[in-house]
Design a protein. Structure first.
Length: 200
């Protein structure tokens, strides 16, 4: 998704009235497309899709099969199973990002989509933080304190690392569910690196 673009949501449900109802509720906030079968969903998949709302139980190609194809073909989208199928232990191996049980309210749809978009943003920022932290740790392990303190670009790297950490915290704070927020905070609690340079 390019900056300024609306996120693109693909709604997949073999009950056309259900898919159309979801699409109508989402249309003011997102760029929405619909598919009324697993086959049509696979035809409409593309790199522009950010979120897929996917029914599990459909004739022909099921939602589970569509999910497998999405992952096999490497589409960079988040998938929420939106279904009347009660979750069982088979979901453990299923590569979806969220599971929403019908009947689904407008609030449920928006909450799921916003949570998935926040997860995607968090993942991007975490990757950026990891790249910067790797450089930071490598220099820390291979240069002495005097060399590190003397180099302006190392201070800039350190500042960039701190800014990214703050952005990660801000992203986590946007989760609407405290349980989700707590899990993500736990993932990146600050852990000081040994032998961090000091100005002293």
């Amino acid at each position: 998704m390019s900056p300024g673009d609306l996120p693109t949501v693909l709604v997949v449900d073999d009950e056309a009235d259900v898919a159309d109802a979801y699409a109508a509720q989402l249309a003011d906030e997102y760029d929405v497309d619909t598919a009324y079968s697993g086959e049509e969903a696979l035809e409409k998949l593309s790199a522009r899709i950010d979120i897929v709302l996917l029914d599990r139980r459909m004739p022909g190609i099921s939602g589970d099969d569509v999910l497998d194809r999405i992952r096999e073909e490497g589409y960079d989208c988040r998938v929420a199973m939106v279904t009347a199928v009660d979750p069982d232990f088979d979901i453990i191996e299923m590569p979806f990002d969220d599971y929403v049980i019908k009947p689904v309210s407008r609030e449920d749809l928006f909450d799921s989509i916003e949570r998935l978009l926040t997860c995607a943003e968090y993942e991007q920022k975490l990757q950026a933080y990891y790249r910067v932290s790797t450089k930071y740790a490598t220099l820390l392990a291979n240069k002495n304190n005097a060399e590190l303190v003397a180099r302006e670009e190392f201070e800039e790297l350190k500042d960039r690392r701190e800014r990214l950490r703050e952005e990660l915290d801000e992203t986590v704070d946007r989760f609407d569910n405290e349980d989700f927020a707590a899990v993500f905070r736990e993932l990146h609690e600050p852990t000081p690196l040994a032998d961090e340079p000091s100005d002293e």
